[in-house]
Design a protein around this ligand. Structure first.
Ligand code: DWN
Length: 410
């Protein structure tokens, strides 16, 4: 791996300064199979920086996308909340842009095809673009055709040749995962029909800073976008934001609707969101430093709470074998000595171990058999769904610990 990348991937200025160093840790979604526990586990620096020129935030050390995404454990369809949300994006776009059977909808980073299934009831032509070979079987079973590749200019040209232009292109929790956003945007420009719309949704730096959600930082997330720097990127390709929505899903997301300049008119949400960023100074060096301070505060507070409860004889496990959870656990140095297991509904993750500290990932059934006193919710963005699903645990006296935005016991 090369040294720290201080050249901004968006404006290309040599102006990126580190504001938080999580440590040298394994890739968050590289859960370890039982028969590989003694094998060497690659670990990489995880440092995030701020560009003093265009305000973009990005990692200083990029891991190869093939190592991150060729074989991928996260499934969009495991959580009911996320599945309904993604299908709702598709049906919402059908209404907003009056899509019909002649329209092609392309989803980039389509995972198991969940979002695209939201178009099927409307008889829209759909196509996924997804590099993870292990997910193809799932998307095909959902009736979704998928191009198994990374998206960029070359893949866009291939898709254009075989399927024609797309009326809508979505990239939901995918755009922040690419090492070269320029190549990606050029691909969108090639594939998007005249008058078409590109809908990009990412974890929103403003919400990260407001919630102190430093655990959103992991090697998959190469970028941490605000709207202001994102607009500057699109400007370079004669494209413009025509709508911006700030959403609570996941850990707080920004959805941006993009068209070519002169094709569709921006609405008032773009200016309002840019103004809000300016008022709050986000993105900004001071607010990024605030995010870093929260990381250290959560580490101190959560470790002392866990140690106190364990000293009192309490037993503890985790819920949600998440990428963000692996950042949190690595940053705190928490292993199976503190968390006996981590429960997760995702069958791909069950039977594996967390990267680095090797905490066993098991089915949620284990909660009823082992009866831990506390469950640390590592998918804190889905706390409501998890608490509903685990109501028996609560009824039998169990308690949840939620780490972000601040440590609290439910
Ligand atoms: O950006 C990304 C986000 C969208 O998803 C990806 N780079 C990786 C991934 O991040 P994550 O792993 O932190 O995502 P989640 O959505 O917080 O993961 C939730 C986990 O919790 C899944 O493994 C499923 C599991 N879960 C469960 O076992 N029971 C979730 C719910 C709601 C449940 O009831």
């Amino acid at each position: 791996m090369a040294g720290a990348q201080t050249r901004c991937m968006s404006c290309r200025a040599e102006a990126v300064e580190e504001f938080l160093d999580i440590g040298t840790i394994p890739v968050a979604n590289n859960f370890v199979p039982a028969d590989k526990l003694d094998s060497p586990e690659p670990a990489y620096p995880l440092r995030v920086g701020y560009c003093h020129n265009c305000k973009h935030c990005q990692l200083l050390d990029m891991v190869s996308p093939t190592e991150l995404f060729d074989d991928y454990t996260y499934l969009s369809g495991v959580s009911d909340t996320i599945s309904e949300y993604l299908r709702g994006i598709a049906s919402g776009l059908v209404g907003r842009y009056s899509l019909g059977p002649d329209d092609l909808a392309v989803d980039i980073g389509s995972n198991d095809g969940t979002l695209l299934t939201g178009y099927l009831a409307h008889n829209i032509k759909v196509l996924g673009v997804e590099p993870a070979k292990n997910l193809l079987e799932l998307s095909s079973a959902a009736g979704i055709e998928t191009v198994c590749d990374y998206f960029g200019l070359e893949t866009a040209r291939d898709v254009l040749k075989q399927y024609g232009k797309a009326s809508v292109i979505t990239s939901i929790n995918n755009f922040a995962h690419v090492p070269d956003p320029h190549d990606f945007v050029q691909g969108v420009d090639v594939l998007l029909k005249e008058g078409g719309v590109f809908i990009v949704e990412i974890h929103y730096l403003m919400k990260m800073v407001q919630d102190g959600a430093f655990d959103t930082i992991y090697h998959e997330h190469m970028s941490y976008w605000g709207l202001t720097p994102m607009i500057a990127l699109f400007e370079q390709y004669e494209m413009q934001a025509i709508r911006a929505e700030v959403l609570d899903i996941h850990h707080g997301q920004l959805r941006v609707y993009v068209s070519r300049k002169g094709e569709l008119e921006p609405d008032e949400t773009v200016g309002a969101t840019v103004n809000r960023e300016r008022e709050l100074g986000i993105p900004g060096w001071e607010t990024c430093s605030k995010l870093a301070n929260n990381a250290y505060n959560v580490r101190t507070e959560l470790l002392s709470l866990m140690d106190k409860l364990i000293d009192q004889g309490a037993t503890m496990a985790g819920y949600g074998a998440t990428a963000k959870g692996n950042t949190l656990l690595s940053f705190l140095g928490v292993g199976p000595d503190k968390l006996k297991f981590i429960a997760d509904r995702n069958p791909i993750k069950q039977g594996t171990y967390t990267p680095g500290h090797h905490i066993p990932v098991v089915s949620p059934d284990r909660i009823a058999t082992d009866k831990p006193d506390y469950l640390l919710i590592l998918a804190w963005n889905l706390t409501d769904e998890i608490v509903r699903e685990q109501s028996d645990f609560l009824d039998q006296g169990g308690r949840f610990i939620v780490p972000i935005p601040h440590v609290r016991i439910l």
